[in-house]
Structures are given as structure tokens and as C-alpha cells.
Design a protein around this ligand. Sequence first.
Ligand SMILES: Nc1ncnc2c1ncn2[C@@H]1O[C@H](COP(=O)(O)OP(=O)(O)O)[C@@H](O)[C@H]1O
Ligand SMILES: [Mg+2]
Length: 386
Amino acid sequence: MLVKHLTLSHFRNHTATDQPLQSGVNLFLGPNGQGKTNFVEAIAYLSTLSSHRVSGYQPLIQHDQPQSIIRALVGHEDRDVLVELELNRDTPNRARINKSPAPRVRDVLGVLHAVVFAPEDLDIVKKDPSNRRVFIDTLVVQVWPRFAGVYSDYDRVLKQRNTLLRTARQTGTRGSALSTLDAWDDQMVRLGAEIVTARLDLIERLRPFLTKAYQDIAIANNEPTIMVRSSLVGAQVLDEEEELPYLSFTERAAVETMYREKLASVKPKELERGITLIGPHRDDLVLLLGGKPAKLFASHGESWSYALALRLASMQLLREETRTGDPILILDDVFAELDAGRRNRLAELVADNEQVLITAAVAEDVPESLKAKQFFVEDGVIVRGE
Ligand SMILES: Nc1ncnc2c1ncn2[C@@H]1O[C@H](COP(=O)(O)OP(=O)(O)O)[C@@H](O)[C@H]1O
Ligand SMILES: [Mg+2]
């Protein structure tokens, strides 16, 4: 697929950008802080309803403006789809697909698939679990858009359950609070087990693509593998610094049973602390390289290769699991950070993709083979393309 045309209104520093794009490589050049990343971020946002730079959408709306609009004409093999998102500072966001209002904003998920690779992706390999949860959960929603609803229901149940636990702790009205808690437990187990199972399932599907992508980009025989560490395993509640045990089986019913049992056993502790102590919001992925956790042992170069391989594998997976062709690949400011070998191998790997959007401060950082169509960005305006 490709974005044929992108229109931005009051999106970050793009006050009124109206830009046709072409298939193949589109290269956005310009000094720092001009609005290159903002432009590609808008496309990424349509794809996942999240940004690779911030959580929430408020920062995307131009300062002192009530509303921002992103409109993309997306070309699929056999048809075009016009998708439009209205981000509102004070009222609910809205979406339109082919000019008809969508019942829910999340109905736009699945129209456009984009995969972003950016320097921030090193955090997936090197930093705390939340980065890895965001990675896997974003991909789950891209592959199975109905999961957007499952995640938002889980978050709501988690919040309400936490409020209840806090109240029970403060007021000591444990008797009545406990029976209400049982109802929330049921929902939490059902939704949480769905999430845990989907993550395991997706990791399984990602596995062959990850191995291949890592070998392509790093030219090394080190095998990357992803494992899940889960708060649902074992009898104990572990502190956040302690390592959770591995979870390996995938049957949803089995996950539910395990979840229910552990929840029963940790309930006294939850009531004591006033917070939900187990569930997918506490779990982590371990990225192994040659059997060792990359977080602890991978060199800088290996970490880059790993992060890049995760994104390339995500692309392959989306291509395989959805019926909309190549996802749009966004390479945001990454060439300056890669050594010559990785640069050239990356260029080779992405050259055939239907559409690739690249940002860079200067053209010299970008391999020759990717210098097809160039756009120059200045202060939120695409001043010329050549
Ligand atoms: N909500 C916003 N409203 C107006 N300007 C914004 C907003 N968010 C970011 N900016 C501006 O966008 C610029 C950064 O754009 P960015 O796309 O990240 O630059 P780059 O070209 O380096 O990728 C900064 O000048 C920043 O102040
Ligand atoms: Mg940038």
C-alpha cells in the first residue's frame, strides 16, 4: 500500500501541508526541528493511533489550536481509501472513512499499515519493560485491530479494580468491597488472558521473520529469540526489580486457569497494598541474542541490529498476516546513526518496498540507491520537492 496524498491541518508545526507522495522512496530533508518527523509521525499515527514519540494525542495538536486534522489518501492494490482523523483538544476525536463518519475512531485501524524505525527503538532493547510492552501491543493491534477494544477494556477494568482495592485498604470495608472485586476479577482474567495469549501467539509468528531479519542486517549467526516473562507464573508476587519466570505455553484456557489461581493467592497482598499486582501490565519480554539477554549483553551495534530486526520482522509479519500488501516503511532519522555496512544492507532490504518514507538532516547520510524523490522541509512547510 501507499499514501498517495497527505493533508495536515494544525498538526504540530504543519499549519497547512498538502502533499502528494509517490510510490517507492520519498526522502524528507532539512535541518533539525523543521517538521520532518512531524510529517511522518502523522502517517504513523493513522496506522496505530499512537505516536512513536509521545503518549496521547494532545501534543500533536498545534499550540493554541483547538483541533488538528490528518487526511490521507491510501492506495491499496485494487482501490483507494480516504481516511481522515480529527484530533480535538476539548471534545472527542472523530474519524471519517471515505467521507462517512466512522462509529468509533479506532475503526480507522487496518486502513493504513505503517512500520516506523527510529532511534528511540533502541529503548525497546535496552530500557524498561514498558517499551517492550508497547512494541508488542502495537503490533498485536495492527495485526488484529479488534484488540484495540480489548486493551482499552482491560485498562478500564484495571483502573476500576485499583480504585476498589485502594478504597478497601483505606476504609477497611473489606466485606462488601470483596464481593464487588470478584466481578472485576472475572473481567480482568478474561481480558488479561486474551492479551497474554495474543502476545504469545504473535511472538511465535514473528520468530522466523526475526531470525531472518537479524541475520540479514547484522550478518551474524547469533540467533535472536523473544521470550515472555509473566507475573502470572509461580505462586509469589515479585517486586518490580526481580525477574519474572518465563511463560511458554499458549492455550488461552490454560492461561485463564493459571491467572485465576494466582489472583486468588495474591489477593490478600493486593488488598494490603491497594493495587493490582499481576497481569499483562506487569509482564515483560526478554529479547535474547545467542541465548543471552540483549538488554544486559548486546553491544551498541548489536542493539541497533536487534531493534531494526524487530521492525523489519514486524513488516514481514504484517505483509503475511494482512491482505493489504506491503506496509509503509518509515525510517525516521536513522541513517546518520548506522555504520556504512548496516546502512547499505538496510537500503538493499527496503529498496523493493511499495513505499518508504525517510527523514534525514542531510542527503549525504542516505545511501545513493535511496535518493529518488526528495522533499525539503522548512519550518513546518514542504518548500519544494525534486
Ligand atoms: N504541538 C505543536 N505545535 C506547534 N509546534 C510543534 C508542536 N509539537 C512540536 N512542534 C515543533 O515541531 C518542531 C520539531 O519538528 P520535528 O518534526 O521533530 O523536527 P525534525 O525536522 O528535526 O524531524 C519543533 O520546532 C517543535 O517546536
Ligand atoms: Mg526528526
